[in-house]
Structure formats: C-alpha cells, structure tokens
Design a protein around this ligand. Structure first.
Ligand SMILES: Cc1cc2nc3c(=O)[nH]c(=O)nc-3n(C[C@H](O)[C@H](O)[C@H](O)COP(=O)(O)OP(=O)(O)OC[C@H]3O[C@@H](n4cnc5c(N)ncnc54)[C@H](O)[C@@H]3O)c2cc1C
Length: 405
C-alpha cells in the first residue's frame, strides 16, 4: 500500500499549483462577478498542461497515465479550486473530467472521435443533464422520453438547473449526457443515457440567476422533437439509469475534490490571519478557542483528503481490474466524500471568515464567494446530502433501510 504521490504526480501537482496561482487566482473574482464565462486563455492554458484530457485515453487527446486517471483528476481539481474559491473554474473542469470519463469508457467510437479531442483542447464542454422540474433527487422518476425511429432517437422533455448551458451554446460548443425514458413501462430499467449536443435543432434554453459560481451558467434545456443518432448512446439502450449512476460516482468524487481544495485554501487564509493578528497583546492563534478549532478543522480535512485519495484509487482500480470492486462498493465510499466535503468546506470557510472579523465579510478576501460557490453542493448539485445518506444507509444497513433498485 502506497500513500505517497509518485514523483510524476508530485510534479504535476507542483506545476499546476504554479500555473493556477499565477493565472487563475488573480482573475477568479472578476470571472465570478462578470458572468461572462471562463476566459479562453485559461482553458487553453489548462489544455496545454494536459488537465482537460486527464481522464481519457491518448487516442482521443487524453493525457493521464492509464490506470491513474482519477488520481490525477483529483489532484487537478483540488489545485484549481485552491485558486478559484468561487468554484466556477473548478466546477467547469470537474464536470468535463467526470463526464468525459464516461464517454471514454462507454461511448461509441464515433462519439469519442467527435467529442473528446475538443474537450481536451478546451474548445467544447461536456456536462450532465439529469434534473427535471419534477425533482432532481428522484432520478428514477424523470419524464423526458425518446422514441426510436429510422435509426434515430426523437427526444422530448425538459431539464432544469443544468450547468454549462451558455458554455455549450453561446460561448463554446458541446453538450450534455442526458437521461431519458425509452421504455415507459419499465421504470428505471427503461432509461437511456446519451450525449445531446446543446445546439441541436429543437432545443431551446433558459437561464437561472444563481447566487454563486458566477463564471459558469446554469439553465434549462427544453427538447422538442430533437433528433439524435444512435451512435450518441452510452452503453446499452434501457441501461441508462445505471450508466448515469456510474458517472455520478466519478463526478461526485471530483465534486469532493473541489470542496477540499477550496477548504484547504480557506483554512490557510484563516491560519495566516490568526498568526499575524495581535489582540489583547498576543496573536489570535494563542487563544485556544481559535487554535483548537483550526486543529479540529485541519484534522477533519486531512481525513477527507485521505478518503478522497482512497476513493480515486478505488475507481482507478475498478477500471483497471474489472471485478476488483462493484459499483455499489464504490458508490458507498463516493457518497461519504460527497456528503462530508461540501458541509466541511462550508464550515471551514465560515470559521476563517469569523477569524478575520469585518475583513472576512469584505471582498478583500475570497471567502464570501467561496461560501456562495460551495453552497451549491450543499443544496444539491450532483445529489443532495440526504441522497448520499440514503446510499450509505442502503449499503451499510441494507435493504431494510433503503432497498436497492
Ligand atoms: C448550481 C447547481 C448546478 C446544478 N447543475 C446540474 C447539472 O449540471 N445537471 C443536472 O442534472 N443537475 C444539476 N443540478 C441540479 C441538482 O442535481 C439538483 O439540485 C439535485 O439533484 C436536487 O434536486 P432538486 O433541486 O430538484 O431538489 P429535490 O429533489 O426537490 O430535493 C429537495 C431536498 O430534499 C432532499 N431529499 C430528497 N429526497 C429525500 C429523501 N428521500 N429523504 C430525505 N431528504 C430528501 C434533498 O436532499 C434536497 O435537500 C444543479 C444544481 C445546482 C444548485
């Protein structure tokens, strides 16, 4: 068992930290406040470093050493989140990395050729479209549907709160891996998961005015007789629910990576402040009310970082050695990461803000925008906290608590 990063992984992390501190940190607030998306030069820079193709094979422009995809992606997302606490850029990257993993694993040759090189180059965005107006948590109850006709699917329905709507229509190109019904009588066993280009004929969009993550848009996608080639289906027709869940395992891990990266930076901001701020004749760090809280936060964050390293390794091993773990083994641990990371990161940011007093409440520090960005993952993006608890309870307690679908 090896817990250290390899020399190559360390180098990747160091190089990326330097890049992010120099290029992303100085513009993070502007990106958050302007609401105009992520500047091209940032995506080009990340593409040059190989970050945007880190989870898929070299044959499609990918860059990760085989078998270490998630380990590298976890490092990358943590580093980007340290530099952009608004979460706009880390979320953009983590969504791409997460959902492109699935395309690399289960997409047809045609889809991989079309999509992945453009994703790796930072030109196209690929995201996820599961949530509908009837509720995001109850995935098995979605209503969007498609019929198969003349070698195509004809899709109708509506998705809401979808990240990357402007990015795939106005700012760049690309689309979303989308869940829809293909056998209405078969419940969750009658769903299909397919790539839907956002510029397809028959799609109209709406936008939500989110309180955070201002550099990344969230909107709705309405489908009216949208034609999709069969080659856009991931895996098998009517097995889409399970395909979507496999993708959630990867994406939720990277969500936790983003929260952990932001929390690490916030904790450092708080630590530096209490080290230097002198009150009542001594640095704030001398007061145990503060230093003990920082010790507790660091201890919890350190445990979470290790859990994430383990989870990334587990997913890498699952893909490298089929049969080594089941999807359910993985989803239990992934849900622990997704449950803990958003809540802990919000707590840490709040603590750091409080150490800074009034200054913590100003835009001189990135803590306010961190709080707004991180809350997206507390309220529900990529699955709310209670949904993670349902998954953990299902695996640990068993069917009596939560039956497996
Ligand atoms: C910023 C942002 C970006 C997003 N981006 C995307 C995206 O790109 N693609 C996408 O598909 N979706 C996206 N979402 C939607 C997200 O996946 C949903 O918000 C999430 O699944 C919850 O669905 P909901 O908002 O409809 O809440 P609901 O499903 O209505 O749930 C409301 C609350 O009830 C809780 N709850 C639900 N069921 C239970 C239960 N059985 N027991 C106890 N509590 C329960 C939930 O945890 C939640 O707190 C995004 C959301 C946000 C905030």
């Amino acid at each position: 068992m090896e817990f250290r990063l390899t020399a190559e992984q360390e180098l990747f992390k160091r190089t990326l930290r330097e890049y992010c501190e120099k290029n992303i940190e100085p513009i993070a607030r502007e990106v958050d406040e302007k609401h105009e998306g992520i500047p091209d030069e940032i995506l080009e820079g990340l593409a040059e470093l190989g970050v945007l193709g880190i989870t898929f094979p070299a044959a499609y422009g990918g860059t990760a050493p085989e078998g270490e995809e998630l380990t590298y992606a976890n490092i990358a997302v943590q580093e980007i989140a340290r530099a952009d606490l608004s979460m706009s850029i880390p979320v953009y990257v983590l969504l791409q990395l997460g959902w492109a993993t699935l395309v690399g694993r289960h997409g047809t040759e045609e889809l991989k050729q079309e999509l992945l090189p453009n994703v790796a180059a930072g030109k196209w965005f690929v995201g996820i479209a599961t949530t509908e107006p009837g509720g995001g948590s109850d995935v098995a109850n979605i209503q969007s549907n498609a019929v198969q006709k003349d070698g195509k699917f004809i899709l109708n329905g509506e998705k809401v709160y979808i990240s990357g709507v402007c990015e795939t229509t106005e700012q760049r190109d690309g689309g979303h891996l989308t869940l829809f019904r293909t056998d209405p009588e078969a419940g969750h066993k009658g769903m299909t998961f397919a790539y839907v280009p956002a510029r397809s004929k028959g799609i109209t969009t709406t936008l939500f005015d989110d309180i955070g993550r201002g550099g990344l848009s969230t909107g709705g996608l309405n489908y009216k007789d949208v034609e999709l080639p069969e080659s856009y289906v991931l895996g098998e027709v009517n097995r889409g629910f399970y395909m979507n869940m496999e993708g959630f395992n990867v994406a939720r891990t990277l969500v936790a990576s983003a929260c952990v990266g932001a929390a690490e930076k916030a904790l450092e901001i708080g630590r530096d402040h209490v080290t230097n701020r002198v009150l009542f004749g001594k640095p704030l760090a001398k007061f145990e009310g503060i230093s003990f809280e920082i010790a507790e936060d660091w201890s919890k964050l350190f445990q979470l970082k290790l859990l994430l390293q383990y989870t990334s390794w587990m997913i890498d091993t699952f893909y490298k050695e089929p049969g080594s773990f089941t999807h359910r083994d993985i989803s239990e641990v992934v849900s622990m990461c997704k449950l803990e990371a958003p809540l802990l990161s919000v707590e840490i940011v709040k603590h750091a803000m409080m150490y800074m007093g009034a200054q913590g409440y100003t835009k001189e520090v990135p803590l306010g925008m961190a709080l707004r960005g991180l809350m997206s993952y507390v309220v529900g993006a990529e699955g709310g906290s209670n949904i993670q608890k349902l998954i953990i309870a299902r695996e640990y307690i068993g069917d009596v608590a939560v039956p497996y679908r």
